[in-house]
Design a protein around this ligand. Structure first.
Ligand SMILES: N[C@@H](CCC(=O)N[C@@H](CS)C(=O)NCC(=O)O)C(=O)O
Length: 214
């Protein structure tokens, strides 16, 4: 039985898992979820994830949620090249640290921005709330600017890159909804170059959120 990924277009967490499946060339089937159709509230989905969030994978009857845990599971299930974590112990530790940092700090501020812009009707937008979330994200990225050491966040292309890229891409997407949001200093030169490098990867092109292409 193929592995199924419960997916929502535009979710940075679901995108991470899709990227990893493609990168590791693991066969999968995508199940597109819809808020409007009530998919998240269905008893069947709740049985897979009581938190009612994507991503969820079901691998031959084994259901798992939380994107970072799914990424580690996929690496454990199919170890070896192409790897998601370095086989050098310290580099692997830094990659794991970055996954946690992206989820704990960047994604928390990102969720505030999503709430403030995407989930709030335009007429009720609070400039103060939006500026706070945006400022936190910018401050976070100033730190990442000092952390990136080469072409990728830490050593070769890894789970760290597949975690942070979709999160920053979502901020850029929110900038399309609110054109005065993004300032030219949002990402420094190193993170800007890394974003471009990432965006050029075939795996990113292939998994670009479908509704962002429209
Ligand atoms: N920590 C979770 C976050 C998952 C998450 O928040 N997913 C959002 C989409 S971006 C979701 O499914 N939200 C559904 C809802 O809140 O009803 C992960 O990494 O998998």
């Amino acid at each position: 039985m193929a592995l199924t990924l419960y997916y929502l277009s535009g979710s940075p967490y679901a995108w991470r898992v899709w990227l990893v499946l493609e990168h590791k060339r693991i066969a999968y089937e995508l199940k597109n979820m819809s808020y409007d159709a009530g998919d998240f509230k269905s008893p069947a989905f709740r049985a897979l994830n009581p938190r009612q969030r994507v991503p969820v994978i079901v691998d031959n009857g084994f259901a798992l949620y939380e994107s970072a845990a799914i990424v580690e599971y996929l690496e454990d299930k199919q170890p070896g090249e192409p790897r998601l974590f370095s086989n050098e112990v310290r580099e692997r530790a830094v990659q794991r640290r970055m996954v946690r940092e992206a989820d704990q700090y960047f994604a928390t501020a990102l969720e505030h921005l999503v709430e403030a812009v995407l989930f709030t009707p335009k007429e009720s937008w609070s400039d103060e709330r939006i500026a706070k979330a945006y400022g936190d994200l910018k401050q976070e990225l100033a730190l990442w600017e000092t952390m990136i050491s080469g072409d990728y966040l830490a050593g070769s292309l890894s789970a760290a890159d597949f975690t942070l890229f979709p999160e920053i891409a979502l901020v850029q997407r929110i900038g399309k909804r609110k054109p005065d949001l993004l300032t030219s200093d949002f990402t420094g030169p190193k993170i800007s170059a890394w974003m471009e490098r990432m965006q050029a990867l075939p795996v990113i092109q292939k998994t670009w959120p479908p509704h962002w292409r429209e």
